[in-house]
Design a protein around this ligand. Structure first.
Ligand code: TRP
Length: 445
């Protein structure tokens, strides 16, 4: 049984795969902008605290469920929990993965288009020309092709299996991503806008410290660390018994935060050098950056490198999302991996086509005033992930068998023993209470 299931082969492989899931579009285009707009260093301090006290404990809890259950989200919940109620976490996980991947592939598809565009070069195009170009692109049928191409590439990797597909591709792409990002950051150090960018990102502005900043930090940390749904349960089920779950969680969280910082350092100096306002996330990456790149030395090479690294970040996250329904289908319904991947591709592909169409001017694919794309984004991040986070922590804190939890958290008393009590305290009290307060205040006020 154990042999038939895949598993991550090496420690580096585990960290690469899990960090591959965590590090994604959330770090590179969302984090720098959100941090900048929410008080810079103030946001970063809150963010770090939330990662440490909330996101890491949830991640370890998810690993523990998956590693004990040794199954997909649903199967693992059935193994560790008594009663049907907890299976809701399994359904939530599979459903959330499908919805997230449906809108995620759209932006990831744009990055593919921009890799090609950057080879052609953006020279001579100012922001107005680029905006017209981008609007034309979004309103054409081209994004559908790129989105489906991206999903197909994701499907091919997932098809190759846990070790040969997911782990191997992450082991190649993650180090390359870090190298490219480091290269870009070093280049940015020499741009005149570096000082201003540094202040924007890291100078604390305490007047911006509001309740909303905390909410934003929570949402960002869950999305960025891929927690609150089935991804880390599924990946946890591929982690070998000898790995130290706390070590993996802490290493991944640190990499996730560092890469988000580096992304800010790589992007903003160029933006400030040209006195451009660091406006909204998607615009920043797909409009402002190309215009900046077209004006600086080696800009064409930089923009190519940037969009390739964005693509790497996106696809290593996308495979972790697709693996959730694929593992579910293969194990719960005895479907061959190949067909599970095909089914995932068809369903998510169809939804993602609707998401691309919903971004066109005058589209009627609107839910509650938001485009379908925005609706999926908000519904998953604001509702499904926090609810998932509460369910995971309440389950592991209060309902999971104590011995089983101890054995998973500490590898039968071999590691992280001193931290165990503190982690359990966080999982039992801090995580559910904090998320509930934030969740209720966010949805009611
Ligand atoms: N963490 C990824 C990012 O930062 C996105 C992602 C992958 C994700 N798997 C997830 C988000 C599971 C939430 C849940 O882009």
């Amino acid at each position: 049984m154990e042999n038939k299931r895949g598993s991550f082969g090496s420690k580096f492989g585990v960290v690469a795969a899990v960090a591959g899931s965590a590090v994604g579009l959330g770090n590179i285009w969302r984090f720098p902008y959100i941090a900048g707009e929410n008080g810079g260093a103030v946001f970063i301090i809150v963010y770090l605290l939330i990662c440490l006290l909330i996101a890491i404990p949830v991640m370890i809890s998810e690993f523990a469920i998956g590693r004990h259950g040794r199954k997909n989200v649903m199967g693992s919940m059935r193994q560790v929990a008594k009663g049907k109620m907890w299976l809701s976490l399994g359904y939530l996980g599979v459903f959330a993965a499908v919805l997230i991947l449906s809108f995620y592939s759209v932006i990831a598809g744009w990055t593919l288009n921009f890799i090609v565009e950057s080879v052609k070069g953006f020279s001579g195009m100012d922001v107005t020309a680029l905006t017209a170009n981008f609007n034309g692109f979004v309103n054409s049928n081209e994004p559908i092709v790129w989105t489906l191409l991206f999903l197909a590439l994701t499907a091919v990797i997932v098809l190759c299996g846990v070790e040969k597909g997911i782990e191997r591709s992450s082991k190649i792409m993650m180090p390359m991503l870090v190298l490219m990002l480091l290269g870009m950051s070093i280049y940015s150090l020499f741009l005149p806008g570096f000082g201003e960018a540094f202040r924007f990102l890291f100078k604390p502005d305490f007047s911006k410290m509001t309740w909303d900043v905390v909410l934003q930090a929570l949402g960002q940390s869950f999305f960025s660390m891929s927690v609150g749904m089935g991804t880390m349960i599924t990946y946890g089920s591929y982690i070998k018994d000898k790995e130290n779950l706390y070590g993996v969680g802490a290493t991944v969280a640190l990499s996730d935060v560092l890469i988000a910082f580096l992304a800010g350092v790589a992007i903003f100096p160029a933006v400030f050098t040209f006195g451009i306002a660091p406006t909204s996330g998607s615009e920043l990456v797909f409009l402002t950056l190309p215009s900046v790149f077209s004006q600086i030395p080696a800009g064409q090479l930089l923009s190519f490198v940037f969009f390739v690294l964005l693509f790497f970040a996106a696809i290593t996250s996308a495979i972790s999302l697709l693996e959730v329904p694929v593992a579910y289908l293969t194990e719960e319904f005895n479907i061959k991996r190949k067909w599970a991947v095909v089914m995932g591709f068809v369903v998510i592909g169809a939804l993602s086509v609707f998401c691309t169409l919903s971004l066109q001017d005058g589209s009627s694919l609107v839910v509650g005033g938001d485009s379908l794309f925005d609706f999926f984004d908000k519904f998953t991040s604001n509702i499904m992930l926090p609810v998932g986070g509460i369910l995971v922590s309440v389950f592991v804190g209060w309902f999971m068998d104590k011995k089983l939890r101890y054995d998973q958290f500490t590898n039968q008393g071999q590691c992280a023993v001193k931290l165990y009590k503190f982690l359990v305290f966080l999982v039992k009290f801090v995580v559910p209470v904090a998320i509930s307060i934030l969740f209720i205040s966010k949805n009611l006020f």
